[in-house]
Design a protein around this ligand. Structure first.
Ligand code: FAD
Ligand code: HEM
Length: 399
């Protein structure tokens, strides 16, 4: 435990961490990667270059420092980060490395504020958080190792099918080469995919949501080809290089975004490739056979980019209580004639008398701007903030 004085010292330096700009975080990562180049195989190098992960780590540490005397407030964050970390196979010894370089960075860049006393307080505070995160990660590793079909660390899978679902999205189905079952997952969770793209200097790990219902034998992901502002390393590798029969490594399913209750009216809201976790949730709800009222609301660019249309059609045949509505930025008159498509951005006002605004659970996935736009509409319609759940396909950000 930290002493009162240590808590005060840590809190007094929060503004310093919060205002740490890219220069500070860059200094930290350069310092750490120079000494521990093997960590380049864990961190997403594109996120490093665009500055996104650098922000996530420092803002997490600052937010932790703000709550150092009220750790319960961090429960949700810990769950999300620990899940993400397990998909990257992060180990307790990594915490010592990160902690060492983090504190050394602060000491070197702000020697006046980081006196010996402050450094001591920070060392204790970091050890406390590292212990909480790492402890939860060990629990998750143990659970996943001991469950049916479970495993620990990277496991080799073979690509057994590859299918285009729309212009930009392809699905890959993986079966383990050991021929054993695979761990079930909660609909909405993701896998860690570990590959060495031809164009990448290092091994890269990315998370991909499982896009179908758990079946105990195989996993399916559905990947959008990322092209802007420059070709994404892993998505283009999976689209262009990885073929049926190829082997790659997967980390077990993880994630804190999943279907909460199968009996509650459920509204699945997505844009673009954000429909992947929604499809897993929808398949699970349909298979449960409870005829739960479900709304599948999806926005995309146009018909050519609308993934899984025939699968959605066949699910609608199995579930009377499923309503589908689509918004295309570019809708043709043929699209509009289907009666299911509206032109333009997702505007929920037309559905406000149908949606289960009071009793429903709302799940959002898509670009952050889209989710922000939809969340604002939901709150204005009277949906409670704690009935809105969302997943960011990248380093987490608050909506
Ligand atoms: C929980 C979770 C679930 C996900 N589920 C899915 C899913 O189901 N389907 C799916 O397709 N994706 C999903 N993703 C996203 C996926 O993990 C990858 O982030 C995505 O495929 C892009 O990876 P990449 O290696 O192709 O691109 P990266 O190389 O990582 O690049 C990412 C983005 O950064 C840009 N970029 C690269 N370098 C720079 C630079 N120097 N400066 C500025 N920008 C740069 C790229 O153009 C690209 O837009 C999920 C992510 C998370 C966290
Ligand atoms: C107390 C220490 C740590 C804190 C507070 C922390 C916090 C975070 C946060 C907030 C995220 C983003 C999570 C999200 O997107 O939902 C993250 C992601 C990540 N963390 Fe940590 N982390 C810590 C330690 C570590 C360690 C020890 C490592 C490994 C050396 C590590 C590697 C990563 C990586 C690789 C990602 C994903 C980054 C990306 O996709 O670019 N973290 N961490």
């Amino acid at each position: 435990m930290l002493t009162e004085v240590q808590i005060r010292l840590v809190k007094s330096t929060v503004p310093l961490l919060e205002s740490a700009g890219v220069a500070v975080t860059e200094y930290f990562y350069n310092r750490m990667f120079n000494v521990q180049p093997e960590l380049l195989d864990i961190f997403n190098m594109s996120n490093q270059r665009s500055g996104r992960q650098q922000f996530a780590l420092f803002s997490a540490v600052a937010s932790y420092a703000r709550h150092i005397d009220d750790l319960a407030a961090l429960r949700e964050v810990v769950e999300r980060v620990a899940n993400k970390h397990t998909s990257l196979f992060i180990q307790p010894e990594h915490y010592d490395i990160v902690g060492y370089h983090l504190i050394a960075t602060l000491q070197e860049l702000a020697p006046d504020a980081f006196t010996a006393e402050v450094v001591e307080a920070w060392t204790a505070a970091y050890a406390l958080l590292a212990g909480i995160l790492s402890g939860r990660e060990q629990q998750l590793y143990t659970e996943k190792r001991s469950a049916t079909g479970g495993w620990y660390g990277p496991r080799t899978f073979k690509v057994i099918s590859k299918t285009m679902e729309s212009e930009l999205v392809c699905s890959l189905v993986f079966a383990p080469v050991d021929g054993q079952p695979v761990l079930d997952y909660l609909p909405g969770q993701y896998l860690g995919v570990k590959v060495k793209p031809v164009l990448a200097a290092n091994i890269e790990i990315r998370q991909y949501s499982l896009s179908n219902q758990a079946n105990g034998q195989t996993y399916r992901i559905s990947v959008k080809r990322e092209t802007l502002p420059q070709p994404g390393l892993v998505s283009n590798f999976l689209h262009d290089e990885v073929q049926v029969g190829d082997l790659l490594e997967l980390l077990p399913p993880a994630g804190d975004f999943y279907l909460q209750a199968q009996s509650a009216p459920t509204v699945l809201i997505s844009a673009g490739v954000g429909l992947t976790p929604m499809l897993a949730m929808l398949e699970t709800l349909v298979a449960a056979g409870q005829n739960t009222p479900v709304w599948f609301l999806h926005a995309c660019e146009n018909r050519a980019q609308h993934s899984f249309t025939s699968r959605l059609h066949s699910l609608a045949q199995q579930q009377d209580n499923l309503q589908q509505h689509y918004w295309y930025q570019q809708a043709s008159s043929a699209d509009l004639q289907t009666g299911q498509v509206t032109a333009g951005l997702m505007d929920l006002s037309a559905l406000q008398h149908q949606l289960p605004l009071q009793q429903g659970q709302f799940y959002l996935c898509g670009p952050a701007g889209f989710m922000q736009f939809v969340k604002t509409q939901l709150l204005q319609l009277g949906v409670a903030a704690n009935s809105i759940h969302y997943e960011v396909f990248g380093p987490h950000q608050a909506l």
